[in-house]
Design a protein around this ligand. Structure first.
Ligand code: GRF
Length: 197
């Protein structure tokens, strides 16, 4: 291994389009993030993001949750697969599964998520519509450590956008997503910097 090769290993978990995963891979390719993606794992065989990961010669794996009798056995199989890649951080990027406490504990301080709201506001789903309905002037996204409580772990970094009077959930989501694509690589780089200190 060359001295300059990044040593922080990421495993990224996706369920769908994987635009955040893509922004992380692009940041690495543009030397804006000093890490490497050891693997991308999806719980859905048809996740669109898998194709992009493969096109970048990143190993991809599918662990289909429908093939498991319960959440516990799926999470155990997922953890076993993740651990084969020996990651420093497990990056949830639109991974649409609730994880068991056992899984979360196994990756304590290593499991990272991006959530489309300014946590602790608007945990859970439909965050953009809920922000509009609540009359928020500001909205955004948060990268945080995952703990057993849903969308509740310590925040690593946030990005803010203004809510415009004529925003729909769709226009607001698009503006937040643009910020997410800057935020996620930057937040991971922050973790890499701390680890290297
Ligand atoms: C993003 O809005 C992210 O904040 C949320 O799920 C969405 C995933 O989008 N957790 P993508 O698959 O990364 O494009």
């Amino acid at each position: 291994m060359s001295v300059n090769e990044p040593t922080t290993r990421l495993v990224i978990l996706i369920s769908g389009r994987g635009s955040n995963m893509r922004s992380i891979i692009e940041a690495i390719n543009h030397q804006q993030l000093d890490a490497r993606v050891a693997a991308v794992i999806s719980n859905r065989p048809d996740a669109a993001g898998l194709e992009y990961a493969s096109s970048q010669s990143i190993p991809t794996k599918i662990i289909d949750h429908k093939a498991f009798a319960d959440r516990e056995s799926f999470d155990r199989a997922l953890a076993q697969q993740i651990d084969e890649f020996n990651p420093d951080y497990v990056i949830l990027a639109g991974f649409m599964r609730i994880l068991t406490a056992e899984f979360v504990e196994h990756y304590q301080n290593k499991l990272i998520n991006i959530h489309p709201s300014l946590l602790p506001k608007f945990k859970g789903l439909d965050t953009h519509q809920r922000a509009i309905d609540a009359g928020e002037k500001e909205h955004g996204a948060s990268v945080h450590f995952v703990t057993a409580e849903l969308d509740d772990g310590p925040v690593i970094m946030q990005a803010k956008v203004q809510v415009m009077p004529d925003d729909s959930a769709q226009t607001l989501a698009a503006r937040v997503l643009e910020q997410e694509h800057q935020l996620y690589p930057a937040a991971i780089q922050k973790l890499v910097n701390v680890k290297q200190d």
